[in-house]
Design a protein around this ligand. Sequence first.
Ligand SMILES: [Fe+2]
Ligand SMILES: [Fe+2]
Length: 185
Amino acid sequence: MDPLETLTNEHGLIRQYLDNLTLAAGHIEDGRRPPGAFFKNAVEFSRTFADRFHHFKEEHILFVRLAQKRQGEIDAQLEALRHQHERGRELVTGIANAVEGYTADDPNATVALLEHIGAYTSLLRHHIHTEDHVFFPMARSTLDAAEMRELETEYLKIQAKHGGNTFERSHKLVVDMGSALTHMR
Ligand SMILES: [Fe+2]
Ligand SMILES: [Fe+2]
């Protein structure tokens, strides 16, 4: 598959996940209590699929190739996207650190959980929008057909290294998270 289309499809799954996370935060705002396990799964999805799989393919493969080809012209743009990945990691740590206290009904931890979820979902939706509508179209016009094929080959190798079915496993996790919320209504 076209490697930029692969990344866009992964954005679709990440967006579906962010919608679940926003829904869960809404439940807390309304005085309901999604189980702590829901947020543990959220941290797991963010760290594995969104970060170690998807962001890795962007930062360590795509960004590097584009930087080489454009020779400094897009460094500021790449730096901004890298910074957003990094900030996302910090916010996920904030979510992870709040889960235990939330589960024990600590009001400060509950507020910390809501704050980090709000900042994380907002940041990542904005980031994905920029990549889909500005950054990937630029990448597409920068890389020629042979470079796109090389990118695809590298992505297939990473996919194989992660066991080959990362997308399917992660999709199942997101669907399970969604149904955990449905069942608590
Ligand atoms: Fe990204
Ligand atoms: Fe992305």
